[in-house]
Ligand binder design. Sequence first.
Ligand SMILES: C[C@@](CO)(OP(=O)(O)O)[C@H](O)COP(=O)(O)OP(=O)(O)OC[C@H]1O[C@@H](n2ccc(N)nc2=O)[C@H](O)[C@@H]1O
Ligand SMILES: Nc1ncnc2c1ncn2[C@@H]1O[C@H](COP(=O)(O)OP(=O)(O)O)[C@@H](O)[C@H]1O
Length: 286
Amino acid sequence: MSAHEITLPAPAKLNLFLHITGRRDDGYHTLQTAFQFIDSADILHFSLRHDGQLTLSPDIDGVLSADNLIIRAATALREATNCTLGANIRLDKRLPMGGGLGGGSSDAATTLLALNTLWETQLNLNELAALGLKLGADVPVFVHGHAAWAEGVGELLTAIEPDEPWYVVLTPEAHVSTAEAFRHPLLTRHSEAIKLRDLNAGVTRNDFEKVVRTLAPAVDEALHWLTQHGVAKMTGTGACVFLACSSQGQAADILSASPVNGFICRGQNRSSAHTALDHWLRMHRI
Ligand SMILES: C[C@@](CO)(OP(=O)(O)O)[C@H](O)COP(=O)(O)OP(=O)(O)OC[C@H]1O[C@@H](n2ccc(N)nc2=O)[C@H](O)[C@@H]1O
Ligand SMILES: Nc1ncnc2c1ncn2[C@@H]1O[C@H](COP(=O)(O)OP(=O)(O)O)[C@@H](O)[C@H]1O
């Protein structure tokens, strides 16, 4: 393994709950949520270039390379640090897109972590998270790499240690635009703020569920079906829905009976991107 190359995962997240508590003057909504990572991930491979060029392959259908959060993250890091190096980046896209699993944000965070290492730009995690926040509200939690209680627009983070259960995640055939969900007239925008200690008191929900169920009948059906087995929730602005299970076997059984496609995975409080980066740093004795 050369010090000019690094391969890191970009894990997905679940929003264990999501309450919208208000709206800022700039139109953005304030929320409370809990993020936990799962062991399903995209895989990104980076190799250093000295000529300043940035390449990404393969393309994602429908996303211009310049709009890809990977290229945007790399460019933001280069500009913030006046770095003149470049990279060839390979993306093995495994996560469903636009499903509330945060794959694009996680790809951006993994890119910041990987290139900050290869380029030796030496930003700390707070500086990388601030850069990431300009790309998307979910990027900071992936940069910090720990399950978190989040407030603000998702950037005020407190590390938490929820259980790490097996989950069934269903991926209904529906695309829900985050912007459309946020501007829906029937969205609950003023949920009462709760305290971190109330997290496990059974009082949480995802405030987007009501509007997304009307916008996307496939989400409604998936939630309806999964609820027979326990407290099912949607993640982010959907479309994916999930259920915590008591064992891997129970998760597999529920998935095999499901009329909707999906996968099973394990909750993780530490991001696999950080675990892999630590391993790489140890191998290179940095
Ligand atoms: C609600 C979450 C929970 O994780 O949803 P998912 O994207 O994961 O489903 C995120 O915070 C989503 O944040 P982010 O991914 O940055 O949203 P973007 O796509 O950039 O936002 C699209 C649009 O939604 C609105 N928006 C977004 C975030 C926010 N806190 N308030 C808003 O009102 C804005 O109009 C914004 O222009
Ligand atoms: N590297 C990337 N991976 C996924 N989506 C990306 C990426 N770069 C830009 N996008 C855009 O971001 C949108 C949201 O993607 P994603 O993060 O997968 O979903 P969500 O925000 O619902 O969790 C995609 O539909 C796509 O247009």
